[in-house]
Design a protein around this ligand. Structure first.
Ligand SMILES: C[S@@+](CC[C@H](N)C(=O)[O-])C[C@H]1O[C@@H](n2cnc3c(N)ncnc32)[C@H](O)[C@@H]1O
Length: 278
């Protein structure tokens, strides 16, 4: 996929009208995009720089940009709910996803997190994504392939339950394990067995009972640091003269994030010291 340069046939382009409504088209030589505001010839866009403005036959102006990853994730077809970009960003940073990392992910779902992980690990990394549902894996594969313009070599989607993963069938231990599924506590033993000492475990859970259960499960494994739990809240602002204020609407809750690190083999986790209450 081209990330920059003048538009070419085959590019996915987002057109934005003056009311900030989006339309996505795939450029084709001789193609015509029909709207109720008139027609736009694809040939008017092919060869132009990103950020160009095209005018429909009825005089409406449209801004033209390629999709950013965030646009692709929010507009792509999905089988399972995706991890929102604000949370993927947390996972990349707090999960310390580095170029060349060996990462195990489950479930692949719609492939949203897979795409962010693939970009962060780069061509020298390796991402194995387990997904137990074939229909969900099909979404993940087609969304990833479409975004990257083909199957990234560093990606291995696998149909199956994560609990089937072993160091042997993964081809070696993993640096990072990231879970987004209903019952991540069922996969803690697997995560324990395949993570390197110092490796990072992260999971993403939507509800308080899930959070409580996975935190307890991590502690019971006795091979992880004391898990950290948090959520991220992102609130947009409207900035227009004296009307400057937070937006009325926001995605107030998506999910909780949990992170812990794998201890060296044979080490028991130091007991967390709690403050003495008087
Ligand atoms: C919320 S979706 C994941 C969404 C994905 N992270 C994304 O951003 O597109 C959860 C997925 O986990 C899968 N799943 C649940 N348990 C699993 C397991 N033990 N092994 C593999 N996949 C599992 C489900 O089938 C579902 O597709």
């Amino acid at each position: 996929m081209a990330y920059s340069g003048p538009f070419k046939a085959g590019d996915r382009v987002q057109l934005t009208d003056p009311k900030r409504r989006h339309h996505t088209i795939i450029l084709k030589e001789g193609g015509i995009f029909h709207t109720n505001k008139g027609q736009i010839a694809h040939d008017d866009i092919i060869g132009a720089d990103e950020g160009t403005v095209v005018t429909s036959t009825l005089g409406t102006e449209y801004l033209c940009f390629r999709h950013l990853l965030v646009d692709h994730v929010l507009s792509m077809p999905r089988g399972a709910a995706v991890i929102y970009p604000k949370d993927s960003a947390q996972i990349l940073m707090e999960g310390d996803i580095f170029p060349g990392a060996r990462v195990l992910e489950a479930g692949a779902g719609s492939g949203a997190l897979s795409m962010s992980l693939l970009r962060a690990i780069g061509e020298k990394g390796r991402l194995i994504s387990y997904e137990v549902r074939e229909d969900h894996l099909d979404y993940a594969c087609s969304n990833v392939d479409e975004y990257f313009g083909g199957r990234p070599e560093q990606w291995e989607p696998r149909l199956g339950d994560l609990r089937e993963a072993t160091v042997e069938n993964l081809g070696g231990p993993m640096d990072r394990v990231i879970l987004d599924m209903l019952e991540p506590w069922e996969c803690l033993e697997t995560a324990k067995n395949i993570l390197i000492p110092g490796g990072v475990f992260m999971t993403y859970v939507a509800t308080v009972p899930q959070l409580m259960k996975v935190m307890e499960g991590i502690r019971e494994q006795r091979c992880f640091t004391e898990p950290k739990a948090w959520e991220s809240l992102v609130r947009e602002w409207k900035v227009e003269g004296l009307a400057t204020r937070p937006e009325h609407r926001m995605n107030a809750h998506t999910a909780f994030l949990v992170m812990a690190r794998r201890l060296a083999d044979g080490v028991t986790p130091p007991r967390p010291q709690r403050k003495v209450r008087r």
